[in-house]
Design a protein around this ligand. Structure first.
Ligand code: PLP
Length: 401
């Protein structure tokens, strides 16, 4: 007699039940499924560099393994890495950090996670400007706090201190800022960033500044880190940094936080009971990344710029598209509302048409909090960009009114 298998029912606690799976990972999975079925997919979904990790960084990791650096490290990272981070900020930006403010993490994502869960809980509001990186609201939700969104469409997705001031309520505990922004590519100017920090300091609101795309800024926009702010403004600030994008090291899972020592001690507690420490080998690689020549970063930036300079005018010429030029990161974020009609009513519909009719993967803007836009990653070769734009144009011509 056939055995009936009872379905396993599982109910997580309310904070986890409220979380949504990552929409960017869903796009990646759709691309993967088609590729493994032998389809010629153009994949603009990936949020990671198409470059390989530079050789000297890999070599430092290999050397660390040979030298037996394969054991646990202090939770906040090796002394060498902390010193490398402090030295990098001093050399590159003239910012003076204390090693006690610096903590190595398993990617920028863990730095943001540590910062939010040590600060926010039930009853707190976390301000998140739209469009946002998909993970921000989910971490706030996990912490038991309520994400509250700031609509920045009227200012072309350029966050202003005025918008922040208007959104703050007595319950606001934290704001998460991401400049350069994934997905919009917008960069907040140093002057506006300082104004935002002043508003937050005055109203007792903490700030997480996600600086994962720090180095990928196209002149005339300026590379800027909040680490250069005066001590009184940094008292409420946690910077989340990452090696993932800057050095094409997404798989190494290595990043860091810079925050006041008291906040860092709390984050240290959380990390010590979750991942203990980021991989010792990745830490050695990160030391090499921050202490050797930054030529590899300049080369990658030049290539992203070349692609951007070709891609944006090409997208601007697509019927139904409106595509502002990104100032940083490696994403185009066009509006596709000009393609709306009977068959395309949302950007998700348009992304779906691209996938089914042109085997082209993009990420729907709704996952970043703004329907009507799609994210196109140009962390891919010029050949694929050209092929993808040809396909996008074909689909847009069909639906644009
Ligand atoms: N912040 C932003 C805006 C990102 O786009 C990403 C990765 O896509 C991260 C943080 C996390 O990077 P990682 O955890 O790989 O350092």
């Amino acid at each position: 007699m056939a055995e009936t298998v009872r379905e396993f029912s599982f109910s997580p606690p309310a904070n986890v039940a409220r979380m949504q799976p990552s929409s960017t990972l869903a796009a990646m999975q759709a691309a993967l499924a088609m590729k493994s079925a032998g389809v010629d997919v153009v994949d603009f979904g990936a949020g990671e560099p198409d470059f390989d990790t530079p050789e000297h960084i890999k070599e430092a990791a290999a050397e660390a393994m040979r030298a037996g650096q394969t054991k646990y490290t202090p939770t906040a990272g090796t002394r060498k890495l902390q010193e490398a981070i402090v030295g990098y900020y001093e050399r590159e930006f003239g910012a003076r950090l204390d090693a006690g403010e610096v903590m190595a993490t398993a990617g920028g994502k863990q730095a943001i996670f540590n910062a939010v869960v040590t600060l926010c809980g039930e009853g707190d509001e976390v301000l998140i400007p739209k469009p946002y990186w998909v993970t921000f609201p989910e971490i706030a939700t996990f912490a038991g706090a309520r994400p509250v969104f700031i609509d920045t469409e009227q200012t072309g997705f350029q966050l202003t201190a005025e918008e922040v001031a208007e959104a703050i309520t007595p319950r606001t505990r934290l704001i998460i800022i991401n400049s350069p922004s994934n997905p919009s590519g917008r960069v907040i100017s140093p002057a506006e960033f300082r104004k935002i920090m002043e508003v937050c300091a005055e109203r007792g609101v903490y700030v997480v500044s996600d600086e994962c795309y720090l180095r990928f800024v196209y002149t005339p926009a300026e590379v800027y880190t909040a680490a250069t702010l005066p001590a009184e403004l940094r008292a409420h600030l946690c910077i989340a940094g990452s090696f993932s994008k800057t050095y094409a090291m997404t798989g190494w899972r290595i990043g860091y936080s810079v925050a006041p020592a008291a906040w860092t001690r709390e984050m240290n507690k959380v990390q010590s009971h979750s991942t203990s420490n980021p991989s010792s080998i990745s830490q050695a690689a990160a030391v090499a990344a921050f202490t050797s020549s930054q030529g590899c970063v300049a080369e990658m930036l030049a290539e992203y710029r070349r692609r951007r300079d070709w891609l944006i005018p090409a997208l601007q010429a697509v019927p139904g598209f409106d595509c502002p030029e990104p100032d940083g990161a490696f994403y185009a974020f066009p509006s596709v509302r000009g393609c709306y009609g009977d068959e395309v009513k949302t950007s998700a519909d348009f992304a779906d048409k691209l996938l089914k009719e042109a085997q082209t993967v993009v990420t729907d803007g709704a996952g970043f909090g703004v329907d009507g836009f799609i994210r196109i990653s140009y962390a891919t070769s010029m050949d694929r960009l050209e092929e993808g734009v040809t396909r996008i144009r074909r689909v847009a011509e069909k639906y644009a009114s």
